[in-house]
Design a protein around this ligand. Structure first.
Ligand code: HEM
Length: 572
């Protein structure tokens, strides 16, 4: 006879298991009606608890001799990077994951994805999943409908060519700092740390007008000082998960670890900093002073301009940002600045780390871009160059960026049908998706499917983005153009598409290209061979490491970036 305390544990557990099975059965019935292939998964792909332990638990199930195939193949974050286009090749352009939580549609069809992007009212962002990003205030990433339109209109004004000019010069400056650090020693294993520092510094400069000198991971202070703006931003970005789960105000409870209290302090410092810039900017506007081109000042000014243009004639001049529908409130400005940092920092830093590791495996690609950099800059110092003049000429460098995000896309796109069922055409057939279906454009499959990318679709090959028009002109570089897919059927969605396309797309491209210019104009990187290895074997090992060691934490990243050991040398 089971003891009462055992029963008190077993009965609720059994009840929970029955409830989960019941939900799964209901969702299965709904999913079958759609008419697409169905894969059953025991745990919802968006379950936060599961997401925090999935990759630690699954290896155990993989070792078991029976069953669990779909579970171990698909039920973890980042499965799509390992699987690439194989699931879609076997199951077709679309299939369903049915789980006890939600029904998840996976689509790998360029026209259907373009249609989803175009129907922004039908396929919205599941904002309830992103509620946590409202820590500093509502923002572009977490709003929908008219609220989102208001945010988008104002924030779009900030991501302009003047801001890109700042991104350009800061990226080159920071890359020169990296170069000094790497070339002063025999090897470096801090590529990922250094690209994070670089990206943080570019964000500080282009986001807030604050410039910092680059210091390599080994030289930088190890103190976790949360009192300066830069350190507070770094601490916030490094600890997004506890921050968004608990909220900034709950982090200073006496029973929480000291590191979380420091995080709380960092949020206070960051907010105070934003408040002081905000107040300064408002004063500057009142006194008719010209503003800077960084994101914060542009945001305050753009918001003020909309507020004033919406204000009734009598209210003009005295209009407060909080009072008029058209502008953003102070909290919304902070919310947007946070989301720019959140969405723009690690995406770019991780992409840069992948890009530098990949390029180290390909001396031919380094030579190929160096040829272009040399043709574009000649003897000119890139640090003093003009973005508007030079950036459009650096097509090969841009190809390295596109090819890196094609294979190592840092962030997935998530849409939902919302409360209504929605028809969706996939190939020749139209399917009705039930309400609350989550839609995932299968970026990893789409970005590698041989029907779009050919037989070498899994190879990192930047030259695929460049087409050369044969002319009588002997200048090869001048005859090259950057390849663009037609928008209505593009198999490339790394920065999303349609109205909700990433507003930081150009920002990240300019940053990456600027870094390539800074690093590869006169220098080359190579993996340091292990004992008994030659350079070619070291390159093969590094390529395999990138392939096998890539996984999803908050974003796609190298799981052990310290194993990327590079030497950086001046090219003679
Ligand atoms: C390699 C770099 C980057 C990649 C691949 C990337 C990719 C994306 C993608 C795919 C989305 C759409 C997500 C969805 O629909 O669920 C997005 C949205 C967004 N990104 Fe980026 N991003 C990058 C860099 C940046 C940068 C540098 C910034 C800002 C400085 C930024 C700011 C944003 C914001 C604010 C959104 C939300 C837009 C909206 O909902 O209207 N991103 N990004």
């Amino acid at each position: 006879m089971a003891s009462p305390s055992l029963l008190a544990f077993i009965l609720p557990f059994l009840g929970w298991v029955l409830y989960v099975l019941y939900c799964l059965a209901l969702n299965y019935k709904r999913a079958r009606k759609i008419g697409l292939p169905v894969v059953i998964l025991p745990i919802d792909c968006g379950n936060p608890l599961w997401m925090s332990i999935d990759t630690r638990i699954l290896p155990f199930f993989k070792r078991l001799p029976f069953g669990f195939r779909n579970f171990t193949r698909f039920n973890y974050r980042g499965w799509e990077i390992k699987d690439r286009y194989r699931a879609h090749q076997a199951l077709g352009d679309a299939f369903i994951f049915v789980t006890p939580g939600k029904i998840w549609l996976q689509v790998c069809n360029a026209e259907t994805i373009a249609d989803i992007f175009a129907r922004k009212g039908d396929f919205t962002r599941p904002t309830e999943m992103l509620e946590m990003l409202n820590v500093f205030g509502p923002n572009l990433g977490t709003t929908e409908g008219q609220q989102w339109q208001r945010h988008r209109k104002i924030t779009a004004a900030c991501f302009n060519e003047h801001n890109n000019e700042l991104v350009w010069s800061e990226s080159i400056l920071q890359a020169m700092g990296i170069l000094r650090s790497w070339s002063s020693k025999p090897s470096t294993n801090s590529v990922a740390d250094d690209t994070r520092t670089l990206s943080l510094h570019v964000m500080s400069s282009a986001g807030f007008g604050k410039s910092y000198e680059f210091r390599g991971a080994e030289e930088a202070s190890t103190a976790r000082d949360s009192s300066s703006y830069k350190e507070s931003l770094k601490l916030i970005l490094d600890n997004c998960i506890p921050l968004v789960l608990l909220g900034p105000n709950n982090l200073n409870k006496w029973w929480l670890p000291k590191s979380w209290k420091m995080l709380h302090q960092a949020t206070v410092t960051f907010r105070n900093y934003m408040t002081s810039v905000y107040e300064e900017e408002k004063q500057a506007i009142t006194h008719g002073k010209k503003g800077g081109n960084n994101l914060m000042t542009s945001l305050v000014r753009a918001s003020q301009a909309v507020t004033e243009s919406d204000a009734p004639a009598t209210g003009k001049g005295g209009a407060s940002l909080q009072q008029h529908q058209g502008g953003l409130t102070e909290q919304e400005i902070y919310g947007n600045i946070f989301v720019f940092n959140f969405a723009g920092h690690d995406t770019t830093a991780n992409t840069l780390a992948f890009g530098i590791a990949l390029i180290a495996t390909r001396p031919d690609v380094q030579h190929w871009i160096a040829e272009e950099i040399s043709a574009v800059f000649g003897d000119q110092n890139p640090e003093t160059s003009s973005y508007v003049e030079k950036f459009p000429l650096l097509k090969r460098c841009l190809a390295v960026v596109y090819e890196t995000v094609r294979l190592y896309t840092p962030v997935a796109i998530v849409k939902t049908t919302g409360p209504q069922p929605r028809p969706l055409k996939i190939g020749e057939d139209t399917y009705t998706l039930p309400s609350d279906t989550i839609i995932i454009p299968s970026y990893s499959a789409l970005h590698t499917h041989p029907r779009h990318w050919g037989a070498n679709s899994l190879e990192w090959e930047p030259s695929r983005w460049i087409t050369s028009t044969p002319t009588s002109n002997t200048d090869t570089l001048a005859s090259e153009t950057f390849f663009e897919f037609p928008k209505a059927a593009s198999p490339f969605v790394a920065w999303s598409g349609g109205a909700r396309v990433c507003p930081g797309r150009k920002f990240s491209q300019v940053e990456f290209v600027g870094v390539l210019v800074g690093l590869f104009r006169q220098h080359r990187v190579r993996p340091v061979p292990l004992s008994g290895e030659d350079n070619a074997a070291a390159r093969v090992r590094l390529r395999a490491l990138i392939e096998e060691d890539t996984g999803m934490k908050l974003l796609l990243q190298l799981m052990h970036p310290e194993q990327v050991i590079l030497a950086c040398e001046k090219h003679l």
